[in-house]
Design a protein around this ligand. Structure first.
Ligand code: NAD
Length: 253
């Protein structure tokens, strides 16, 4: 897909990995719609991109709310034109062990709320935005690309029943959509990042961070732009669909 002719919507585009994707795709000429819940972060992101000569528009939305998602895609089409690219990147963590016990006594369990919040944003949000984006691409009659952001945690990870389940399901959505949407000229791919340097890792204790890094074969954390590069690759490679790019420094080897 020619990035300089495309309108690309990025959920969770106001910070972190989503912002790095916006910067990279914007530098390659894409017109950007940043979708995020955080209005202040959106303002900050749009002006930071503008400072780098990249034009983007902010759309405040909760990806887990069906009516708001439908409305925001109508708003994007009205102001920028129909999307030809969609990155489903917004995600949250609500980590907890399924059951935490000591000496045979259960102290804590993962709450239904923690389960549901993560499923709502990380899975239902992907479904809702992917559905609107695909419908818009088909009605516009042009080719399209959808990229879903999974995680290495999709293989299962302690304390992440909710997150790991959602991130594995995002891969199932990717292969299902790739099959269903190929007939309309829409390609669908996923990226599964490993440990990436973000606000989260910056706030970690140094010894914890060292332990984390030691477990990565490349012995370093990834940079948000490494993930952005993988996303850009999926946009640009017209024969890529239905697969997951694992960008994790070899963590899953
Ligand atoms: P982040 O917390 O820095 O940014 C996430 C953005 O999503 C925020 O701007 C937030 O406001 C927005 N958001 C959250 N809930 C939303 C909602 N309901 N509606 C709209 N926007 C919402 O996160 P990040 O580290 O940049 O992660 C981005 C994606 O990459 C997530 O899906 C995450 O699971 C995945 N991931 C990250 C890492 C990592 O190391 N950072 C590793 C693997 C996977």
């Amino acid at each position: 897909m020619k990035l300089d002719k495309s309108v690309i919507a990025i959920t969770g585009g106001a910070r972190g990995l989503g912002f790095a994707m916006a910067r990279r795709l914007g530098k390659q000429g894409a017109t950007l719609a940043l979708l995020d819940m955080d209005a202040d972060a959106l303002d900050h992101a749009v002006s930071a991109l503008y400072g780098e000569g990249i034009k983007s528009s902010a759309f405040q939305v909760n990806v887990a709310d069906e009516d708001s998602v439908k409305q925001v895609f109508r708003d994007i089409a009205a102001s920028l034109g129909p999307v030809s690219g969609q990155v489903n990147n917004a995600g949250i963590l609500r980590d907890a062990l399924l059951v935490k016990a000591k000496d045979g006594v259960v102290e804590k369990t993962m709450s239904l709320q923690a389960w549901q919040q993560v499923i709502d944003v990380n899975l239902t949000g992907v479904f809702l935005c992917g559905r609107e984006a695909a419908a818009q691409m088909i009605e516009a009659g042009h080719e399209g690309v959808i990229v879903n952001i999974s995680s290495i945690s999709r293989a299962g990870n302690m304390g992440q029943s909710n997150y790991a389940a959602a991130k594995a399901a995002v891969v199932s959505l990717t292969t299902t959509w790739a099959n269903e949407l190929a007939r309309y000229g829409i390609r669908v791919g996923a990226v599964a990042p490993g440990f990436i340097e973000t606000d989260m890792t910056a706030s970690m204790r140094e010894d914890m961070l060292e332990k984390l890094t030691a477990g990565v074969p490349l012995r370093r954390l990834g940079d948000p732009d490494h993930i952005a590069q993988s996303v850009a690759f999926i946009f640009e490679n017209d024969y890529f669909t239905g697969r997951v790019i694992e960008c994790d420094g070899g963590l899953r080897l």
